[in-house]
Write a protein that binds this ligand. Structure first.
Ligand code: BGP
Length: 500
């Protein structure tokens, strides 16, 4: 384990995390093809985001991302005129990246986790040669990071993929997508060798327990469809890990899950509730088990047998999975989950299609404006459990508070609530390192600059240290300004986590 100062390694990767589709904008520039996020309409906390499509007869329509059913025959997902798609503009990082990275550097970032937009590199997903203009853009971004002393951590697929692969064969429903992903990953590993060392194969791969769309372009919320598709992703991930190591032994590869689905509390000490909590957590840990250990755990195979879920697991897949285990584990952490077997328990979101996923209210915890339970101790529990399970370094790839910020007449934002949230979570991290011996390699808080929300498509759900002048009606100058938390985080990094 590396040397510790004030609770954190000397080389601790302090920074922030974003995703291409939520901030880049320029969705149709320089040869970029449409991605799965480009057909997502805006939503709100209560109104779902919709996917738009066009039928062979020209009739257009929309379906909800969390309540998917198969498209009408012959229809394909399409960007429609006169519909507002919040991800198309994002916050226009594409043209502001120098300014934004300079602001990250001003805060003292050691690392910047970001993703590459797959459809900038392979516009339809199945081409044989990449789009040079897309590659050149990321060259410029990585060069800028390096110039500012910031280590890029790159997510290869963060909640989007070329729409062409969806319309062609249903994206990750089809094994052929593995080859497309590998061709894309190989281009990245070769082109950015020496510029990028840290890679994450898929963002929140366990979102495949909830909706097939965000992470995999799969139009289903049915486990018998989503989990076979997730199997192809796991194989692709393992093959990418092996390839990255072959191309550059310096490369460090990580997996990534939404650990909220593994920090699961029983509503009380009823053993049936305790068991339900365990069962829920395993649905998340199964992904990291495969990616860190290299084989399917027995509890998951039993579940497939029991529930009639058929995955296309070949002998070659088994060999590939065992050869492509990750070097580090990363996760996002926003909240914990509480479960109960009682159908009348107080659900967090009784009317939501995600009711089961969000679980029941925890009377000991307060929640954010979007109903996410605020639970710093849950982060310590996550770190302890994950480290105990895998004994590999951990990166907290996302954590932060989505809140409505109010600008003062002078333009300032006094976001003490955000400082308070992050302070308590960093304290919990410190406890996990100092008291429990967890090997924590970094913390990239989510959304250091305000960006589009993944779940709702809103701009008003802000996470940033940097305010972006943009509202949900697509007005605003896109001007960047520093919030109070900007100065606070700078001190945190300067003191390696001592001054909180
Ligand atoms: C994670 C995603 C991110 C990000 C974050 C916050 O699940 O990996 O892309 O968006 O959650 O969620 P939201 O944007 O919905 O507030």
């Amino acid at each position: 384990m590396k040397q510790i100062r004030h609770g954190f390694r000397e080389d601790f990767l302090w920074g922030g995390a974003t995703a291409a589709n939520q901030l880049e904008g320029a969705w149709d520039q320089d040869g970029r093809g449409p991605s799965t996020d480009d057909v997502l309409t805006g939503g709100t906390a209560t109104e779902p985001r919709y996917l738009t499509y066009c039928g062979s007869n020209g009739v257009t329509g929309k379906i909800s991302m969390t309540d998917l059913h198969d498209l009408p025959d012959g229809a394909s997902f399409a960007v429609l005129p006169d519909v507002w798609y919040p991800n198309h503009e994002g916050i226009d990082f594409y043209h502001h990246y120098k300014e934004d990275i300079a602001l990250f550097a001003e805060m003292g970032f050691k690392a910047y986790r970001m993703s590459v937009a797959w459809s900038r590199i392979f516009p339809n997903g199945d081409e044989l040669t990449p789009n040079e203009k897309g590659l050149a853009f990321y060259d410029a971004v990585f060069d800028e990071c390096r110039k500012q002393g910031i280590e890029p951590i790159v997510t290869i697929s963060h909640y989007e993929m070329p729409l062409g692969l969806v319309n062609k064969w249903g994206a990750w429903r089809d094994r052929r997508t593995i080859d497309c992903y590998l061709r894309y990953a190989e281009v990245l590993f070769r082109r950015y060798k020496g510029k990028v060392k840290y890679w994450i194969t898929f963002n929140e791969i366990n979102s495949m327990n909830v909706t097939g769309w965000l992470g995999a372009g799969v139009t289903s919320c049915d486990p018998t469809v989503m989990l076979p598709a997730a199997h192809y992703q796991l194989v692709a991930s393992a093959k990418a890990v092996k390839l990255a190591h072959e191309i550059d032994p310096e490369n460090k590869l990580g997996c990534m899950v939404a650990i909220s689905q593994a920090v699961v509390y029983p509503a009380d000490c009823n053993p049936a509730n305790v068991h339900k909590a365990w069962e829920r957590a395993q649905k998340c840990y199964f992904f990291t088990d495969v990616q860190a250990r290299g084989y399917y755990p027995s509890y998951q195979l039993c579940r497939y047998e029991r529930e009639g879920i058929k995955i296309d697991l070949t002998e070659q897949d088994k060999a590939d999975l065992s050869r492509g285990t990750v070097d580090f584990i990363s996760f996002s952490y926003y909240r914990s989950t509480t479960v109960s077997i009682d159908p009348n328990a107080p659900w967090v979101a009784p009317d939501s299609p995600l009711k089961e996923t969000l679980g029941v209210k925890n009377p000991y915890l307060k929640a954010t404006d979007w109903g996410w339970a605020i639970d710093p101790m849950g982060l310590r529990i996550a770190l302890d459990q994950v480290y105990d399970r895998y004994q590999k370094p951990i990166l907290i790839a996302e954590n932060g508070l989505g809140a409505i910020d109010t600008r003062q007449p002078d333009g300032s934002v006094n976001d003490d609530y955000r400082i308070d949230y992050l302070k308590k979570h960093i304290e919990a991290m410190k406890d996990a390192v100092v008291h429990d011996g967890v090997d924590l390699m970094g913390f990239t808080m989510w959304g250091p600059i305000d960006l589009i929300s993944a779940s709702t498509g809103e701009m008003r759900k802000r996470y940033g240290f940097i305010y972006v002048d943009k509202l949900d009606n697509d007005t605003g100058t896109l001007k960047r300004s520093r919030k109070k938390s900007f100065y606070w985080y700078k001190k945190v990094i300067e003191s390696n986590g001592e001054v909180l």
